[in-house]
Design a protein around this ligand. Structure first.
Ligand code: TPP
Ligand code: MG
Length: 355
């Protein structure tokens, strides 16, 4: 059994991107968001806990075979997602991925309609026809999750162009993984966004694996953030387990886009605790590696410790956050389970837009 120090070293070596440092092109961003008040910090904690509890319970429900299809959980990545979405306004856009529950919840979706969708019920966000990987709610600026890796880039390029043509000051944020950063769609969208100065923030959540492949074996170049340089846009690498660091970096990118200066690329170093999908045997990594991350880099644990140390919240306040969230999620699950299934005659409705 490795010692605590060895585990810490293992976690650090996976996440500080020292593997990429050889060319000296790091753009580490270490300006945490310091301007936010106690109420906002509490809201950030609450959102991270909401995502954690939503996903843990979704994992349990999947194991009980109550959720059809596949689900991909992002437990462990909460700081990356909540830090990013906390920089957005309600009328801003996001596009998510196959691992999208967290993005959608962070942008304000209601867990009860999400569970209904996961259960395939008519009350779900997509009337039960989309499932985990296709949740959308245009009224919240959620332009959709996407089962196609790298499928969000062209859609966000179009949304960015629409913002520009409509002359609003909205911003679009497209989430993607380390694996998706190697797809052609990323490079095409990055170039076009830069050429047309589109108000887009590219957020790469580098969780170090694309299915079974490690990023340090599959991603060429000094870092993913460094690829921004090729397209003449700002690029920053940030500690994705520290929610205030993420918010600090992403807020800068959002302000940059909103002021008409075009796109930015943020790479967050993060880690998923669960397999690529629920049921993944995970032969490509060790239990020690996962344990090291949980022990030393858990985003919720880190943020709670900070809030306690600075006196923003007490232990009782934090317990109340967890209790409130657990009650809300249990109620959402009940709603989803009790909701009716779609009617067979509705199967072909909503497939095409009637122009
Ligand atoms: C175009 C396409 N190729 C392959 C797949 C199969 N696939 C699903 S997720 C995934 C890995 C994605 O890795 P990454 O972008 O790092 O995201 P993560 O799963 O780590 O969140 C692959 C290869 C797919 N869904 N779409
Ligand atoms: Mg990945």
């Amino acid at each position: 059994m490795p010692t605590k120090t060895l585990l810490a070293q293992q976690a650090a070596s996976l996440t500080d991107l020292s593997i990429y440092r050889h060319s000296g092109h790091m753009h580490a961003h270490t300006k945490p968001a310091l301007h936010i008040n106690a109420r906002q910090k509490r809201a950030i904690l609450k959102r991270m806990v909401l995502i954690r509890v939503f996903e843990e319970k979704a994992g349990d429900l999947f194991q009980q075979k109550l959720i059809p299809g596949f689900i991909h959980l992002s437990i462990g990545q909460e700081a990356s997602t909540v830090g990013s979405c906390s920089a957005l306004r309600p009328d801003d856009y996001i596009i998510s991925t196959h691992r999208g529950h967290a993005h959608i919840l962070a942008k304000g979706a209601d867990p009860k309609y999400m569970y209904a969708e996961l259960f395939g019920k008519a009350a779900g966000y997509c009337k039960g026809k989309g499932g985990s990987m296709h949740i959308a709610d245009f009224s919240l600026g959620i332009l959709g999750a996407n089962g196609v890796v790298g499928g969000g880039f062209p859609i966000m390029t179009g949304a960015g162009l629409s913002i520009k043509l409509r002359k609003t000051d909205q911003v679009g944020m497209v989430f993607f993984g380390d694996g998706a950063s190697n797809r052609g769609t990323f490079h095409e969208a990055a170039n076009m966004a830069a050429v047309f100065k589109l108000p887009i923030v590219f957020v790469c959540e580098n969780n170090y694996y694309a299915s079974t492949s490690r990023a340090d074996k599959m991603v060429s170049g000094p870092s993913i953030a460094a690829r921004a340089c090729a397209y003449g846009m700002p690029g920053h690498f940030v500690d994705g387990s520290n929610v205030l660091d993420v918010l600090g970096a992403v807020q800068e990118a959002v302000d940059h886009a909103r002021s008409g200066n075009g796109p930015s690329l943020i790479e967050t170093s993060t880690y998923r605790y669960r397999g690529h999908f629920e049921g993944d045997k995970q032969k490509y990594r060790t239990a020690e590696e996962i344990h090291a991350h949980k022990l030393h880099r858990d985003p919720i644990d880190r943020f709670e410790k900070l809030l306690l140390i600075e006196g923003t919240l007490t232990r009782e306040d934090i317990d109340a956050v967890w209790e409130g969230v657990n009650a809300r999620i249990d109620e959402a699950i009940r709603f989803g389970m009790e909701a009716p299934l779609p009617q067979p005659e509705d199967a072909l409705k909503d497939l095409f837009v009637n122009l």
